[in-house]
Unconditional design. Structure first.
Length: 398
């Protein structure tokens, strides 16, 4: 890990070369100079990973794989953000410092270059802070963060989705407000806070706030199901670890397909992607409810053999769990219908998709997860994907 003194030197180098970027052309010229100066930093033991991060970004820029905007923003977000993080003391204050510093420097770069891409900036900043939370304690954290931020900004720059600055600001306030509330109530950890905020921003920006509220419905259902007879589940040894606190693995496993559906809908406007979103969210809600409530029912039966198995066995299903899954799917579907997102046929499709998704989760759990080939998050991702695609196909066939 780097010390503040080394980061101060790296930050000064970063700011100088951000200022020189539009003046030193072609790109390889600035890249070569930045790499040379960074090699000096590399000789300082405590700044080696910072220098390697800068060298990596400079090489990508020099090769023409990153635009000037993405290169300079990423450089500022990673280095200046890390300096702010190191200067702060304690959580979550250190992440707040990182967030504010990264937004400040990237916004300054955007105005300096005369480039209007606030969504690209916001997504880069959120990914930076998320990766900082996920990778804390690793020496190579800055290198992975630099590549992650650069790839994210490159992707959203390529998508080139226009968004009103006011809408983006409201989306960020709502998403981070929800994330922080989840963290304070110990429903999510730091990584869950930022991954949830990222998904929330994407849902609101590419679709609208109603999609976020539908996802929030799943979150409330899941949190309630996790706490349902939690003491009994603890006694049985099948309760969620850490009191059901969600991290980024759980957030992405349950929300990645829905997030992709929102982006596709925002770009194309096709109703099929609404069905994809609805099916994936219903599957996530159904699976969580079936697992958390079904485990309190009678003896479960393995979905592949219909033989009785101990409670908590991957792939074990109960009548109570199946009924709970259908009810959870119906709540998600009706909520979407009441808000005008889903039509009556999509409501039916969503309930069916949720039922399919939760049983796919059981099937994958009984086969791939029990054999150790896949983890719980992979099982959840498979369930939401199949549930979402099933909903989309059924909707198009209807």
């Amino acid at each position: 890990m780097t010390k503040p003194l080394g980061l101060v030197l790296a930050s000064a180098l970063t700011l100088v070369f951000i200022g020189l970027a539009p003046l030193l052309q072609p790109a390889w010229l600035l890249s070569c100079l930045l790499i040379l100066f960074s090699l000096v930093l590399f000789l300082i033991k405590d700044t080696r990973y910072v220098s390697l991060s800068i060298i990596t970004l400079a090489a990508l820029y020099g090769l023409g794989w990153l635009s000037m905007f993405v290169f300079t923003c990423t450089l500022g977000i990673v280095v200046i953000g890390e300096l702010a993080f190191r200067l702060a003391r304690g959580e979550p204050a250190s992440y707040l410092y990182h967030l504010v510093a990264a937004i400040g420097v990237s916004s300054a770069v955007m105005f300096y270059l005369g480039y209007s891409a606030p969504l690209v900036v916001v997504m880069g900043v959120v990914v930076a802070v998320l990766l900082r939370a996920v990778l804390r304690g690793r020496d190579d954290a800055l290198m992975i963060e630099a590549l992650g931020v650069a790839m994210t900004m490159f992707l959203f720059e390529e998508i080139n989705f226009e968004v009103d600055l006011a809408i983006l600001a409201v989306a960020a306030i709502i998403a981070f407000g929800f994330g922080y509330t989840s963290y304070r109530f110990r429903v999510a950890d730091i990584s869950g806070l930022f991954s949830g905020a990222m998904i929330g921003i994407i849902l609101i920006v590419f679709a609208d706030v109603r999609w976020f509220l539908i996802m929030l419905t799943f979150f409330i259902i899941g949190a309630g199901a996790t706490r349902y007879r939690y003491g009994d589940k603890e006694m049985l040894g099948v309760a969620q670890e850490h009191g059901g606190v969600r991290g980024y693995f759980n957030v992405f496993a349950n929300g990645l397909v829905a997030t992709g559906a929102a982006i596709l809908y925002g770009v194309t406007g096709h109703a099929a992607f609404v069905a994809l979103f609805m099916g994936s969210v219903a599957s996530a809600a159904a699976d969580t409810t079936a697992s958390e409530i079904g485990v309190t029912g009678k003896t479960p039966y393995l979905i592949t053999t219909l033989q009785p198995v101990p409670r908590g066995t991957n792939g074990g299903v109960t009548l109570r769990g199946e009924v709970a899954a259908v009810i959870a799917s119906a709540i998600v579907a009706v909520t979407a219908w009441l808000m005008g997102v889903a039509d009556p046929w999509m409501v039916v499709v969503t309930v069916i998709a949720g039922f399919i998704g939760t049983n796919v989760d059981s099937l994958v759990g009984a086969t791939l997860e029990n054999s150790g080939r896949i983890g719980n998050s992979g099982t959840n991702l498979a369930a939401t994907f199949v549930g979402g695609v099933s909903g989309m196909v059924l909707y198009l066939l209807g």
